[in-house]
Design a protein around this ligand. Sequence first.
Ligand SMILES: NC(=O)c1ccc[n+]([C@@H]2O[C@H](COP(=O)([O-])OP(=O)(O)OC[C@H]3O[C@@H](n4cnc5c(N)ncnc54)[C@H](O)[C@@H]3O)[C@@H](O)[C@H]2O)c1
Length: 359
Amino acid sequence: MEHDTQARVRISRIAAHLNPRSDGFQNMEEYSGVYQLNCLAKGASPGFKVAILGAAGGIGQPLAMLMKMNPLVSVLHLYDVVNTPGVTADISHMDTGAVVRGFLGQQQLEDALTGMDLVIIPAGVPRKPGMTRDDLFNINAGIVRTLCEGIAKCCPNAIVNIISNPVNSTVPIAAEVFKKAGTYNPKCILGVTMLDVVRANTFVAEVLSLDPREIDTPVVGGHAGVTILPLLSQIKPPCSFTQQEIEYLTNRIQNGGTEVVEAKAGSGSATLSMAYAAVKFADACLRGLRGDANIIQCAYVASEVTELPFFASKVRLGRAGVEEIYPLGPLNEYERAGLEKAKKELAGSIQKGVSFVRK
Ligand SMILES: NC(=O)c1ccc[n+]([C@@H]2O[C@H](COP(=O)([O-])OP(=O)(O)OC[C@H]3O[C@@H](n4cnc5c(N)ncnc54)[C@H](O)[C@@H]3O)[C@@H](O)[C@H]2O)c1
């Protein structure tokens, strides 16, 4: 009898992998029931519980793969409104410690979020050639609001990494949602601007013929066009540039996203470099949560560094999330002019996000 049960479970498990169900929430529940048996058999390594919302997308899939490889992750929840059974089955075969579970559709959002330490949000639509990040506002604002309502209810103490564009507005949207729910903690909501830093390090290294891993470029402001402000005067190790190099680098860093959107010619925006950057940033958040010292990264957060309520700058990550926000440091004349332009555009984007929730 017991043998029969075991055989049935084994057969349904194989069937579920060969033919993942995507035809309804009930089926997905049955499917994830089978799935969890699989996960438990592997055993979870000690670590953090991480959810990716938008896990079946262009960023979500490689991000899920890289997070499954992260030894700090013990449980990985993959949530999307489409295709999570397939992505989950695929990722779950990787022989790393994290247990992977898939969740499909709004009805499973709360299960996906309950108990999470870190939630990463790459859900939403990406840019096509000719679009600005702000053109995505109408769709992505609603998606981020719904997902943050879920987080406020199910894991209000989680660190939230927001990737969905326009980041300059989606972070204020998230803050407003948490305020409404009475669970706002500005230390826990971080807009991911890491890709700007990753690009800056790469392009600077190219100009200087150095290894990009040796370069640390602060990028402040926000995450769109002129709001992306690389502080080339503060690069570590210190280096100097001609004015022509400064203009070339600033322009390329500010338009790195558009470079990819145009090269992809209608099939989306940066996904692979973004997944890399998101994992680099998420790993820093997890190391902070673990209590590691001196975890410093740039991020777009609630801030008093300027007169604006949100601003990207270097922050120190720790057990409480953002534990310290560093001032901008000395800027040269070119950077000061850039800062004024950035602030002007950022102010409008922040207001747009706040009004979206308050209206
Ligand atoms: N912060 C950055 O540096 C940065 C860089 C690149 C892209 N992005 C942004 O990331 C977002 C995702 O980009 P992508 O290329 O992965 O797009 P994509 O279209 O390939 O994937 C988005 C995924 O989100 C899912 N989704 C849509 N609505 C959802 C909802 N309500 N709940 C859960 N999931 C939902 C979709 O089903 C899809 O799988 C875009 O907004 C893009 O502009 C940000």
